[in-house]
Ligand binder design. Structure first.
Ligand code: 13P
Length: 257
């Protein structure tokens, strides 16, 4: 197992927080917080609400921070009131998009099948995907974490070829750890990220599995990031709450160096 075969990615998921002017300010604060520090050891992404994209792209232009969105629709265009297409995001200067976040699955009826459709649309538009998978608390207690996460991964990647895998990051986010302050232990995070890597090896090849970035997400913060990121199968983080505080986000970025 060799971590150097893949890139480390630290991504913030701002969720439904920040207006455009606040987004501009937060990107500025993040850039100030990381300035003068080494950032070459990881890629830095901020996934922001749709209405903040323009301000965030402008504020991050020419910097180390890349901008992502938090979802996209699977159709190119059409009668889908309230939705945004992958092409629209690309046209706004977005590089990344989160797909299949558990909050989308929980509150907005997202299924493994629609996640797969969205992944395909995003890749076709030339976006990089942060694909989220993770088990509920009762699923962990029932001892079916491996089955759930494997199934979610397999369905989400249906019809995705080996070449496209270089534009996919997988984020393991145990639902019970999101926004709860309850972090998975390093061993739990490493174990499930390893299970996901084995699924990728079975679908594609060991080479693809070793090259795929697999993040952990769920109450990652300035205090626990270093330990989580030291695990062999954990190649970065998808960070909610702590990504809204520039200083904390910068500490996590530092921990990834
Ligand atoms: P928290 O870091 O706030 O637990 O959120 C994690 C998450 O959902 C990132 O996508």
């Amino acid at each position: 197992m060799n971590k150097t075969t893949r890139r480390t990615v630290i991504a913030g998921n701002w969720k439904m927080n920040k207006t455009p002017s606040e987004a501009e300010q937060l990107i500025g604060e993040i850039l100030t917080a990381v300035s003068g520090k080494s950032t070459s050891g990881c890629e830095i992404v901020a996934c922001v609400p749709y209405v903040d994209i323009d301000a965030a792209v402008k504020a991050a232009a020419g910097s180390v921070v890349k901008i992502g969105a938090e979802n996209c629709h699977w159709a190119k265009s059409g009668a889908f009131t309230g939705e945004i297409s992958a092409d629209m995001l690309k046209a706004c200067g977005v590089e990344y998009v989160i797909i299949g976040h558990s909050e989308r699955r929980q509150y907005f009826g997202e299924t493994d099948v629609t996640v797969n459709q969205r992944v395909k649309a995003a890749l076709e538009a030339g976006l990089k995907v942060i694909l989220c998978v993770g088990e509920l608390l009762e699923q962990r207690e029932q001892g079916i974490t491996s089955e759930i996460v494997s199934l979610q991964t397999k369905i989400a990647l249906m019809g995705i070829n080996e070449n496209q895998m270089s534009d996919i990051i997988i984020a393991y986010e145990p639902v019970w750890a999101i926004g709860t302050g309850k972090t998975a232990t390093c061993e739990q995070a490493d174990e499930v990220c390893g299970i996901i890597r084995n699924v990728i090896a079975s679908l594609y090849s060991d080479k693809v599995a070793q090259a795929t970035t697999i993040q952990y997400g769920g109450s990652m913060n300035a205090k626990n990031a270093k330990e989580l990121l030291s695990m062999v199968n954990v190649d970065g983080g998808l960070i909610g709450g702590a990504s809204l505080k520039a200083e904390d986000f910068a500490v996590i970025i530092e921990a990834a160096q």
